[in-house]
Design a protein around this ligand. Structure first.
Ligand code: FMN
Length: 334
């Protein structure tokens, strides 16, 4: 709560105004054209008014912590902090790839965080290459056992052909990922989300996924963390494939067009992720796609590495900004 200003505070502020006005010039070209600004229609917000449904869960702040870690140094601490914050702020979260646990459970503790977010969705994560291999070997049950053991609420499948191609000793897919996903979904009731890891996907792939009975599609769009770039930095030669893909904003447009043309497709939830570094971007895109959440990976990683308090303050700030946007901004073109 703000307390009323004292006389000396008011006079200091007035002095600041005189000295700093010259340094505080904007330019009309800097205007953020994504919004109408409506200053007259709301009081200052105390909370976000809209509630967002995502499968069995309600979100009063539409944020998903995108898949990151497990089986690495500090992974247990980071995942524990993220999970506790997900419970505190009513978020959802994807774990990093469960691959390290497929053949031994040494790193189990890194992923065993569901008890810290009992009321919130926590999803496991596996690459399409591992899924393809497990299906070939008739070992689908291995995944289901792992999900059950960690009490996870579902599985995220990441589809990453470019990352695998450029990764030294990366995997090669023998089948189109769509076929592997369809095979996995046969006779499965587990909630499943499919995502990319930093390139997003074009309209034909999106439409093909929207025809499946998935809980959601996560964009993993171009414009933020990019794993092909990361792999080229780790050793393989840099090349133009790093810059191929689709931004989150472009993908929102694809989904809206597909929904217009095919209004009865089963998949209706989307996690808009990949380059969502600020609330205004997340707000503008989630408003354009009902039943969607914004997803962040790298932006929440930094405060999560710093500490519990830093993470909590960071998320509190994001949530307040979202409420402020909801009160005074209207997204243009919606
Ligand atoms: C440190 C780190 C580890 C990641 N590990 C995974 C992973 O195991 N599985 C996955 O699907 N995506 C992984 N991602 C990709 C993110 O889930 C997300 O799609 C991508 O980082 C884009 O979001 P951003 O721009 O907000 O970082 C990882 C991202 C980061 C930053």
């Amino acid at each position: 709560m703000h307390s009323p200003s004292s006389q000396s505070e008011i006079s200091n502020r007035k002095v600041d105004h005189l000295t700093m006005a010259g340094e505080s010039q904007t330019h009309s070209q800097l205007r953020d054209e994504r919004f109408f600004y409506e200053p007259l229609l709301s009081a200052h917000p105390t909370k976000i008014n809209k509630s967002f449904s995502f499968g069995l869960w309600n979100f009063d702040f539409p944020l998903w912590v995108s898949s990151m870690t497990g089986g690495a140094d500090h992974a247990r601490t980071i995942n524990s902090r993220l999970a506790a914050a997900a419970e505190e702020f009513s978020l959802g979260m994807g774990l990093g790839s469960l691959r390290p646990l497929l053949d031994n459970r040494q790193a189990r503790a890194d992923f065993d965080v569901k008890h810290l977010m009992p009321s919130r969705p926590l999803f496991g994560n596996l690459g399409i290459a591992q899924l393809e291999e497990l299906l070939e070997q008739q070992e689908k049950q291995k995944i289901l056992d792992l999900i059950g053991e960690l009490k996870l609420d579902g599985l995220i499948i990441h589809v990453n052909p470019l990352q695998e191609w450029f990764q030294p000793q990366g995997d090669r897919f023998k089948h189109p990922p769509l076929e592997t996903i369809e095979r996995f979904l046969e006779n499965t009731t587990l909630p499943v989300i499919v995502k990319e890891v930093g390139h997003g996907m074009g309209p034909r792939s999106l439409e093909a996924l929207m025809r499946l009975k998935l809980l959601a599609i996560e964009f993993g769009a171009f414009g933020g963390t990019n794993f092909s770039l990361l792999e080229t930095k780790r050793g393989s030669s840099a090349n133009g494939f790093v810059y191929v893909g689709h931004t989150a904003s472009e993908m929102v447009g694809f989904v809206r067009d597909i929904q217009k043309t095919h209004p009865h497709l089963p998949t209706k939830h989307f996690i808009i992720s990949g380059g969502i570094k600020d609330v205004l971007t997340g707000f503008s895109l989630t408003q354009k796609l009902p039943q969607s959440l914004m997803g962040m990976a790298n932006s929440v990683l930094e405060p999560a590495r710093s500490g519990e308090r830093e993470l909590s303050n960071y998320l509190k700030d994001l949530k307040e900004q979202y409420a402020l946007a909801e009160a005074f901004l209207q997204v243009t073109g919606v």
